[in-house]
Design a protein around this ligand. Structure first.
Ligand code: SAH
Ligand code: SF4
Length: 373
């Protein structure tokens, strides 16, 4: 007889956790108790749940579990930045990366949503790896759970805590919609991680229909990976643009903002590649393109990786580009590098824990994007 597959409670949204408790004949408030134990106190077993009766603990032990993804490697940079390589349920080499960037009284966690990515942006090493699989809700929220256990609790008065989450690790979050939404709901729920909706950001390369779906389900902050001011260039860099061109994407952004209960802006991410999209003409085109959208622009100097075929622009070129936008009244930030002793920059996450040769690559500071409040 095969062993019964236990239900992993780690990934259940608050609603699904209640459904689960009701389905086993237990009261709703038990779900709240257990949720607090798992997410706020980081419980790994039912035994620890001292305010739950022994009888119920034994019952839960028999049918469910709290199972986080396995940590394969943890690196801590001299500047405090941390990176975890975690193994997903797909098997030995199905790994993703999670990066935590502490910065003064805040710490931003960069979370992965897929092993690989199917969207094949021309400048992204995750894209080059191809699509492998979607992460489960437990694997997504598990990254937050792991980071908090290792870094510091959610206690707002505690010395260290994760203050922001950005869905900017490996994968396209809107291509793994339900698990990502469930995980983000947990990130913001008072009985789980209690993060403000302004401090949870989803970054997408532009899966337009899913942006319309997203605003029906949640009100996290939205970042758009634009990278080009016109369709021909964007078609080349971000192939999903051929399906959902810039006009449709910006319309979806406006719809998103219009349907939020509060006033917010969209973050426009623009990875700059020398001679490709970093010219003054591009900056001027961008000024015109974004004029009706409430947005802030975040310029990301390209992070090189072997055989990428692209180069990072000079600092001068980046500053020139930034100034053109700033002179027109845009808020423009440039993501800066921070450490170089471990390897975890945007677009370089490949989940490959065998490759220790890429040590020279640098961190990206996610501060600007995650600072929505
Ligand atoms: N799939 C989502 C989120 C993950 S990528 C998205 O595309 O938005 C997170 C950010 O890193 C995106 O803005 C992406 O365009 C950028 N990025 C990817 N590769 C990069 C590279 N080599 N250098 C700099 N930024 C990169
Ligand atoms: Fe996928 Fe984002 Fe990389 Fe494009 S930039 S390939 S959408 S992870």
């Amino acid at each position: 007889m095969s062993a019964i597959q236990k239900v992993n409670l780690l990934g259940l949204s608050p609603e699904k956790l209640i459904e689960f408790f009701e389905s086993i004949g237990e009261k709703k408030f038990r779900a709240t108790q257990v949720m607090k134990w798992i997410h706020q106190k980081g419980a790994e077993s039912f035994e620890e749940m001292t305010d739950v009766s022994k009888k119920l603990r034994a019952k839960l032990e028999g049918i469910c579990e709290i199972r986080a993804p396995e940590i394969v490697e943890q690196n801590i940079s001299t500047d405090g930045t941390r990176k975890w390589i975690i193994r997903t349920e797909g098997g030995k080499n199905d790994c993703v990366e999670t990066v935590l960037i502490p910065d003064g009284d805040r710490a931003t966690l960069c979370v992965s949503s897929q092993v690989g990515c199917s969207l094949d942006c021309s400048f992204c090493s995750t894209g080059k790896q191809g699509f492998n699989r979607n992460l489960t809700p437990a694997e997504i929220i598990g990254q937050v759970w792991i980071a908090i256990k290792s870094f510091g609790p959610m206690d707002p008065n505690g010395p260290r805590r994760v203050t922001n989450v950005v869905m900017m690790g490996m994968g396209e979050p809107l291509m793994n919609f339900e698990p990502v939404v469930d995980a983000m709901i947990l990130m913001m729920h008072d009985n789980a991680y209690g993060l403000s909706k302004r401090r949870v950001t989803l970054s997408t390369s532009g899966v337009v229909p899913k942006i319309y779906e997203l605003v029906k389900r949640t009100d996290v902050s939205l970042a758009i990976s634009l990278h080009a001011p016109n369709n021909p260039l964007r078609d080349e860099l971000v192939p999903i643009n051929r399906k959902y061109p810039i006009e449709e994407l910006l319309e979806a952004c406006q719809h998103y903002l219009d349907n939020l209960p509060d006033k917010r802006h969209i973050t426009i991410e623009y990875t700059m590649m020398a001679g490709v999209n970093d010219q003054e003409t591009h900056a001027r085109e961008l000024v015109g393109l974004l004029k009706n959208l409430e947005c802030k622009v975040n310029l990301i100097p390209f992070n090189p990786f072997p055989h990428s075929g692209y180069e990072k622009p000079s600092n001068n070129q980046t500053r020139r580009f930034q100034k053109i936008l700033a002179d027109e009244g845009y808020t423009v930030t440039v993501r800066t590098t921070r450490g170089e002793d471990i390897d975890a920059a945007c677009g370089q996450l490949v989940g490959d824990f065998h490759d220790k040769t890429r040590r020279s690559q640098k961190y990206i500071e996610l501060r600007e994007v995650s600072d929505q409040s």
